[in-house]
Ligand binder design. Structure first.
Ligand SMILES: Cc1cc2nc3c(=O)[nH]c(=O)nc-3n(C[C@H](O)[C@H](O)[C@H](O)COP(=O)(O)OP(=O)(O)OC[C@H]3O[C@@H](n4cnc5c(N)ncnc54)[C@H](O)[C@@H]3O)c2cc1C
Length: 484
């Protein structure tokens, strides 16, 4: 099949999955109020990716079949750049507000498949399954069917102290409860599956570092299964799509990607879908040593560039509307947002230009620039939102709705909401957008997402510190001291 149309994608979600939302099991996630419009947006994106204008840049051909660009195994620096362009294009369609477009997980599946030998060569458990073959087959299947994937990497919180020590809490954590010649059975919960209700498959991979001890063996695994698997249940948070028009809620009416906690009730996983098993050490090393984390960082940095560019556009439009763009202090503030964009752009350029072939034979962007981007963005995004607050102030509240322009108070709304450089309707539209970015539930979830979706900030920073080539720098300090 290769690439799928939006209609095919939506049809694939009507598969008897168990999604729970506000006390009810959802019958059809593609039309459920609060859930459906996000899935429909993704369907539009899938169609757009194969439109005549985009198909060359966003897909590639292999043996007569077309596949999404994010599945391309990069064989050169140029391929890495092609992948980056495709990520950026996808992200621009939502201006980075639909974080979990399928290219994010595709990047990881592609990298795991290229490095599949890692899974066999480095295993320390006595399992005889051919994990490498399973991973390669899964990549082929995901690519051929153009799956939309979600993933859950962490167990629910139960005992913070145990988690800090790299141990799991049996009361809640997902664990293997049975093994036979056909596969394994798992029980427990995982979080957080962003886009879970609108995904085809879920990858359940390890991310938190597990202590390499006997107690952790039942918790150390990786597998992927369809969302519509018996015993699998998704529990959604409240939606941020309240059914408003695209004028009233320009982002939350389109880009609600829904996060869900995933419950596994004795779920059966066939061996061919298991990629790591009973192996805490292997699990701890997997994302880094397959370079999956670097390919994911690449997709993320492209998305963050699109997002910060959009926020610059928004800040400039807001400043111009009221004439504040003549104020040096305002320019200085917006310039700070511009520096964020140019920093991410430069990091991306550096990562792509310095791409090199890795030990698995594919090209991987340079890690450090991307790692810098993934570490600074969670700290800078809340500051960008603060800029919108400071610039918008009460205008973020002076936001009558679309209906007010047609009702009895239309004349008042037309007169009292105009700005020096902008008519009333355009001003309200602009500030409703700013509200959706910086004030609404949707906007606040975006801030939380940026803070956490790639993991706890201190852990990411600590990994960065460990990998940083600092010895020569320390050596310079020491040699200066020695010369005294
Ligand atoms: C909007 C949103 C979407 C998300 N989507 C996904 C998704 O699709 N898939 C997925 O798998 N996950 C997803 N996540 C979850 C994300 O991976 C976690 O939020 C993140 O790893 C932090 O874990 P936690 O939420 O359990 O917080 P906690 O573990 O409570 O962490 C909170 C703080 O505690 C500290 N901390 C945590 N662990 C340690 C430790 N071992 N040592 C020292 N300090 C520590 C950190 O400072 C952190 O800031 C999402 C999160 C959000 C908010």
């Amino acid at each position: 099949m290769g690439i799928r149309s939006g209609t095919e994608y939506l049809a694939s979600l009507r598969d008897g999955r168990s999604v729970w939302y506000r006390g009810q099991e959802v019958n059809d996630v593609t039309i459920e109020p609060g859930l459906g419009r996000g899935a429909q947006t993704l369907a539009e994106f899938l169609d757009r990716a194969q439109s005549p204008e985009q198909i060359e840049a966003l897909t590639y051909e292999q043996e007569g079949e077309r596949y999404s660009m994010s599945f391309l195994k990069p064989g050169s620096v140029e391929d890495v750049v092609r992948r980056g362009k495709a990520y950026y294009e996808w992200a621009k369609w939502s201006n980075g507000m639909f974080g979990r477009t399928p290219d994010y997980k595709n990047a990881s599946v592609m990298a795991f498949s290229a490095a599949a030998d890692f899974l066999n060569e480095n295993r320390t458990s006595d399992s005889v399954t051919d994990f490498a073959a399973n991973m390669r087959n899964y990549y082929d299947e995901a690519r051929r069917n153009d799956y939309v994937l979600t993933h859950t990497l962490i167990n629910p919180q139960f005992n913070a102290q145990l988690a800090k020590e790299g141990l799991s809490s049996p009361e809640v954590a997902l664990q293997v409860v049975e093994e036979n010649e056909k596969g394994i059975r798992v029980n427990g919960a995982r979080l957080l599956a962003t886009l879970g209700p609108s995904a085809n498959e879920i990858e359940v991979f390890p991310s938190t570092l597990l202590r390499a001890s006997k107690e952790n063996i039942p918790y150390a695994f990786a597998f992927a299964i369809p969302i519509a698997t018996e015993g699998l249940r998704l529990i959604c948070r409240d939606t941020y799509d309240e059914g408003k028009s695209t004028f009233d809620a320009p982002l939350s009416s389109r880009f609600e990607e829904m996060d869900a906690v995933v419950i596994f009730k004795n779920v059966f996983i066939p061996w061919e879908r298991v990629f790591m098993y009973k192996d805490p050490l292997l699990c701890n090393r997997a994302f880094a040593e397959t370079n999956a984390v670097v390919h994911m960082m690449h997709q993320v940095a492209c998305g963050k560039l699109a997002k910060v560019e959009f926020i610059i556009g928004l800040l400039c439009a807001m400043a111009h509307a009221s004439g504040k763009d003549k104020d040096m202090r305002v320019k200085e503030q917006i310039a700070e947002a511009m520096w964020v964009a140019e920093t991410v752009r430069a990091l991306l350029f550096s990562a792509e230009a310095h791409a090199e072939q890795d030990q698995w034979g594919i090209y991987v962007p340079a890690r450090r620039p991307l790692d810098t981007s993934r570490n600074i963005f969670p700290k800078l995004y809340p500051k960008l939102i603060e800029m919108i607050h400071m610039l918008g102030s009460s205008s973020l509240m002076a936001t009558p709705c679309e209906a007010d322009f047609a009702g009895d108070i239309a004349e008042d709304v037309q007169r009292y909401f105009q700005l020096t450089n902008m008519g009333s309707r355009d001003r309200v539209a602009l500030f409703r957008l700013a509200h959706d970015v910086a004030v609404s539930g949707f906007g606040n979830r975006q801030v939380l997402y940026e803070r956490f979706f790639f993991g706890p900030q201190n852990i990411m920073a600590s990994i960065y510190y460990d990998l940083y080539p600092k010895d020569e720098m320390v050596g310079r300090v020491e040699s200066l001291l020695d010369s005294a």
